[in-house]
Ligand binder design. Structure first.
Ligand code: ADP
Length: 606
């Protein structure tokens, strides 16, 4: 009977690539149980790894020479030339040594240990080169393991009936091997994935790419127990931890490895370089095996693992993990986790690039906007003086006219100059307001404002203009205050602009209704007219600077095309929104909704 201590030590000493010690111990117990129940001296379990190599994970035997094989691996297809020569009986394949050709024997020779048995000329005696193997497939019919039995205690070959019976007896235990393998691979995936992937995922897109790579290399170096870990994103500077540990002078070699990483991405596998050669890409092994071996020797590395990084069909870079001697060798579980990290890094790189592009676009937009606001402010400022001069001189001329009558032609010109100067003055005022409301640095002073009172004063001020054109003004609002927080002057210009437009774009004798009410948590200001209306095409551009309706009738009325742009900016800066409903020829309704300020009774009106 083997003690637990022996099992533990055994598992720790034999550090193979597949599985954690606990899982290897479990397989070893199963192998030990199998050999006892089947009546053999040796039972070995060889597990298929994700790199398609078969690794001896557990060899239950008293023969120390046979145990030497534990942790060793061989290519998946090395065994088939021999196994295919055997006879399948139940779960087993028995391969008598006389069936094995020299060629088939040569293919397995490096991976087997032939037991020392006394010679016998009895044809039923077990021959040192006889093989008995069970092939274990999972539910999706994928080969997962071989279980070998060697040296029967009776030293006799098992009969056909023996093997049929053994198949029945050992069926459940053999199934337990598959369950153990699957559970371990799942657990390993979770273990590595949570450690290494969390790192990459936590480096979100707020980091620029250089920061992301610096963080990722530092953390992944720890996760993958690397002597040196480098992330090479194609087209970017190489990130490495520890920084500057390796200088890559052999550019053709680097290029060859990059090309290999692209192939590895297509095949979703990692590349492994160790003292025995290059595994995972024959093309790279052929072209660069020598230089890679030199690189390994030069840096005293035991292993170099190259993991492709990508997203979708595109390989974006590679992760190079170098391990020096004395570190556990690269395991199969790490390959799967590393491939997952390659995917996560790929996504993180794309995210970082997208955020960078967004940042640049936003920055560009901001610069253009700043320039535009500055330009408008300067223009407005520079125009103010000359317009003042023109208006002043026009006024002087009209005063002159009072003393000495000016000729009629001069009076016509004077009138035209005055009209033009007035329109320019309005434009300059609008431009000045636009540059202020469009400038985030220009803060609005927010105080409680009773929109009801404010609207009423606008109606009073507009009465004259409306009366001149026989337009009926209707005001409809509840008696209680409708308080919002905001800038009185700006909010006055919002309502003024809506009412002025409604009057302007109404025909003589029309009517304009200004209504206010409270709805949910907001105050609604609605200005309705039965005027010219706006076409649906024009509605889409209504709030664009300098836009004026394409409607001829509207165009002949004076305007700058800035009022609604200013209005919308003010409303939005107050946390509100503006809506419009209109139909050409049927009038328009503009609706402004602003957040209602709390506790209206506590408010001091301005
Ligand atoms: P302005 O009135 O100075 O031209 P606005 O930005 O206030 O500039 O308005 C933009 C355009 O929208 C106006 O030129 C006008 O054609 C149209 N518009 C605005 N309000 C109304 C309305 N109540 N009825 C019809 N058209 C309107």
């Amino acid at each position: 009977m083997v003690s637990d201590e022996q099992i533990r030590t055994h598992a720790l000493v034999h550090q193979g690539g597949w599985g954690e010690p606990a899982a290897r111990s479990k397989l070893w117990r199963i192998a030990n149980d199998l050999r006892r129940r089947a009546g053999f001296d040796i039972c070995a379990i060889e597990v298929r790894r994700s790199d398609d190599r078969m690794e001896f994970v557990a060899i239950a035997t008293d023969d120390p020479a046979a145990r030497e094989l534990e942790g060793q691996s061989s290519p998946l297809d090395a065994m088939f030339p021999v196994i295919d020569l055997g006879e399948v009986i139940g779960l087993f394949t028995f391969i008598p040594h006389e069936a094995v050709t020299d060629e088939a024997h040569a293919s397995i020779e490096p991976y087997v240990v032939t037991p020392d048995l006394p010679y016998s000329d009895d044809p039923d005696a077990w021959h040192p080169q006889d093989m008995l193997v069970a092939r274990l497939y999972d539910a999706s019919n994928r080969l997962r393991a071989f279980v070998y039995f060697d040296v029967p205690c009776s030293l006799r070959r098992p009969s056909h009936d023996d093997l049929v019976k053994l198949s029945e007896d050992l069926d459940v235990t053999l199934q337990a091997i598959i369950t153990t393998i699957e559970r371990e691979e799942f657990a390993a995936g979770v273990r590595f994935a949570t450690g290494a992937r969390m790192v990459v995922r936590s480096a979100d897109s707020r980091h620029g790419l250089p920061d992301l790579l610096r963080l990722a290399t530092e953390e992944l170096q720890k996760s993958f127990r690397a002597t040196v870990l480098a992330v090479d994103v194609f087209g970017e500077a190489l990130a490495m931890h520890p920084p500057g540990a390796v200088t890559m002078e052999d550019m053709p070699l680097l290029q060859a490895v990059r090309d290999s990483a692209r192939r590895c991405w297509d095949r979703q596998r990692v590349l492994l370089v160790d003292g025995t050669g290059v595994w995972g890409d024959d093309q790279l092994a052929e072209t660069s095996g020598g230089p890679l071996a030199d690189l390994m020797t030069c840096h005293d590395w035991m292993e170099l693992i190259v993991v492709p990084i990508g997203a979708g069909d595109e390989a974006l870079g590679m992760l190079a993990i170098a391990r020096g001697f004395g570190i556990a060798s690269w395991s199969d579980d790490e390959s799967s986790a590393a491939l997952d990290v390659g995917h996560d890094l790929g996504r993180a790189i794309l995210n970082a690039r997208a955020s960078e592009r967004e940042r640049q676009a936003a920055e560009e937009l901001r610069r253009v906007d700043d320039y535009r606001t500055g330009l408008i402010a300067t223009l407005a400022h520079e125009l103010k003086n000359p317009i003042g001069v023109v208006a002043g001189h026009a006024e002087m001329l009209s005063m002159l006219d009072e003393e000495h009558d000016l000729p009629p032609a001069a009076l016509v010109s004077l009138e035209a100059i005055t009209r033009g100067a007035d329109r320019l003055a309005i434009l300059v005022d609008d431009l000045t307001t636009l540059s202020k409301v469009g400038d985030p640095a220009h803060e609005l002073e927010a105080v409680p404002v009773d929109l009801g009172r404010l609207a009423m004063s606008v109606i009073d001020q507009s009465a004259l203009a409306a009366g001149q054109r026989d337009i009926k003004l209707v005001y409809d609002a509840p008696p209680e205050p409708l308080i919002v927080l905001g800038d009185t002057t700006s909010l006055t210009s919002v309502i003024t602009n809506l009412v002025t437009n409604a009057i302007s774009y109404s025909d003589d004798g029309g009517s304009v209704r200004l209504a206010l009410w409270c709805r949910d948590e907001e105050v609604v200001v609605e200005c309705t007219d039965a005027g010219l209306g706006i076409s649906s095409e024009d509605l889409t551009q209504l709030f664009t600077e300098f836009f004026r309706s394409t409607n001829r009738e509207a165009l002949v009325r004076p305007g700058t095309g800035l009022g609604l742009t200013i209005t919308r900016r003010i409303v939005e800066r107050h946390g509100g929104r503006i809506e419009v409903e209109s139909e050409l020829g049927s009038g328009s309704t503009f609706r402004v909704c602003l957040p209602l300020a709390v506790a209206p009774e506590a408010v001091v009106l301005t």
